[in-house]
Ligand binder design. Structure first.
Ligand SMILES: [Cu+2]
Length: 255
């Protein structure tokens, strides 16, 4: 019965506002959201029934029975609130307080008015230094990669975030100007990019497909067009894509 109820709420949820989930942690998160929604709906309906009944009934003197009923109801509400808070905290902690595994893939997301850039560390597995003074999108260096740092020479910068399905990703988030909000609804992922800070968030995409990337902070006049795409592909397709980008980065163009 609970499974059927969850499934029914899930169908309504996906039709009304939630896109299909493509991440590992999204399964637990969606279940949590559905239980919260069910609890809130029951409370809302019960409160209205109680309110209408109280208006229609004639005022009665307090009895021991009605007082016991009220305390039972209050205790049940407190227990429900605690259950929601504890399970939500557990879910939050597993994704935000616990770090990624050592095998997690590294990638960087950089927000700039009004564009998302994505960087991969290349074969050396280390992100090279950047300098804001060198940032020049027209010259093909939007993040200001410093060529004097050897670790920068193989870094791959892309305007599309391509990730392999089934592998955990450790995203490091930066901003070049104002606060932006990385929001990938299909991955149940939302985190700000803050100037001067490097924030981390980790997750595992599971379902191949294309997912919109949005900005959830009103970051300026072009905020609405600050969109990009996450493409989740098979590990083999990802390796092939990255190898092509790395080759183009490290090999000088043929004369
Ligand atoms: Cu933005």
């Amino acid at each position: 019965m609970p499974a059927m109820l969850l499934e029914a709420v899930g169908m309504v949820q996906s039709r009304l506002w939630m896109p299909p989930d493509g991440s590992l942690h999204g399964i637990t998160l969606d279940r949590q959201m559905r239980w919260n929604l069910i609890a809130i709906c029951i409370c809302c309906c019960a409160a209205h029934v109680w309110l209408i009944a109280a208006m229609l009934r004639r005022r009665r003197a307090h009895t021991t029975r009605s007082t016991t009923f009220r305390w039972t109801l209050l205790s049940a509400l407190c227990a429900m609130y605690l259950w929601i808070a504890i399970t939500a905290q557990h879910l939050w902690a597993s994704s935000r307080y616990a770090g990624p595994s050592l095998e997690a893939m590294q990638a960087e997301v950089v927000g700039e008015q009004f564009q998302w850039y994505f960087r991969y560390p290349g074969p050396d597995a280390a992100f090279g230094s950047t300098r804001p003074a060198l940032a020049n999108a027209a010259a093909g260096n939007p993040l200001g990669l410093d060529a004097r740092d050897k670790r920068s020479t193989d870094d791959v910068v892309s305007s599309v975030l391509v990730l392999p399905a089934g592998r955990e990703v450790d995203l490091r988030l930066r901003s070049l100007d104002v606060i932006h909000g990385l929001f990938i609804p299909g991955m149940r992922l939302k985190e700000n990019t803050v100037p001067g800070l490097v924030l981390h968030i980790h997750f595992t995409p599971t379902t191949p497909g294309t997912y919109p990337i949005l900005c959830s902070q009103v970051c300026g006049s072009g905020h609405a067009r600050m969109q990009a795409v996450l493409s989740v592909v098979s590990p083999a397709e990802f390796e092939a894509w990255l190898a092509t980008r790395e080759h183009a980065r490290t090999e000088p163009p043929a004369q």
